[in-house]
Design a protein around this ligand. Sequence first.
Ligand code: PLP
Length: 350
Amino acid sequence: MGTAKLTINLDAIIANWRALDALSASHVQTAAVVKADAYGLGVARIGRALAQAGARIFFVAVAEEASALREALGESVEIYVFGGHMSGDTDMIHDLNLVPMLNSLEQMTRHFEALPNAPFGIQLDTGMNRLGMEESEWYAVRDIALARDPKLIMSHLACADEPNHSMNIKQLDAFVNMTNGVACPRSLSATGGILLGKDYHFDLTRPGIGIYGGLPFKAAYPAVSLALPIIQTRQVEKGESVGYGNTWTAKQTSRIATVSAGYADGLLRALSSNAMVWAEDIACPLIGRVSMDLIAVDVTHLNTIPRAVDILGPYQTVDMLADSAGTIGYEILTSLGPRYARRYAGGFKS
Ligand SMILES: *Cc1c(COP(=O)(O)O)cnc(C)c1O
């Protein structure tokens, strides 16, 4: 088979969610963020595994993302939408029974007019300046909003992956001030915020990347491995070059493997001549440019040529590969392409 194999370990994902859940006090509820198809790993399978592990609240980015999750999990869970109530979303929010996080006066007006008795949450901006109501806007509508019983008030930290960043305490103070005296549940922390400690937990946490095995959750179990088949190998003589643009030239007689996966599969072009793949526990350099469907790997030092090499696995985590590309684990995961043969290992039997 020429298709690379992506294995997603549901037991690791469940263990990561439970470990993040255990980091907050027992009265704090732990949700699961499954936006972008569960960070590229498949929202239906991962949603089912996390629901069976005990997750009851899920977050998606936009209303459209909720339909696959609702189909997989039925009405047993609550689905919140970070992007709120956009124009054209009303039927979807109603039919799928979603909880939009209202981000502005405009969204609040839309929601109260279109679905007067439907649930909602409020997102506040505490300094990130991305989503949510600003302080002045919030104080203008606070009494009206609270009178309608929001299910959740939340904000999002900009620098939680840097524990000593002064922005964290600034946003914490702003959130405490803006939500002083409210009766409804509050939420401030994603993965990074959970690790900042109890002051940041409030009533509900919203981890994403840590569930999927990524930093800043250092204790996470790796959740994905990716094996790339070798299509052919060839001997390349000293002075010959490999791949587009002749960017790699053999300094000695070399054995080069042509491997099936490329930038169309999320192996970012920034990895060109700058990453390792693994034959069991032996590192092999990726050489030359990443093509759309192929990469080249120097396997001169291997005694036997394996059928496949691992670009994610026991010796290379998502974050190590991200480092090689100058990016973050989130981008590696969400770039994993649709062409892989996906296999889900472990998890509960239903
Ligand atoms: C993506 C996101 C999360 C999850 O963040 P992680 O860093 O992946 O844990 C939580 N809250 C909001 C608002 C988000 O956009």
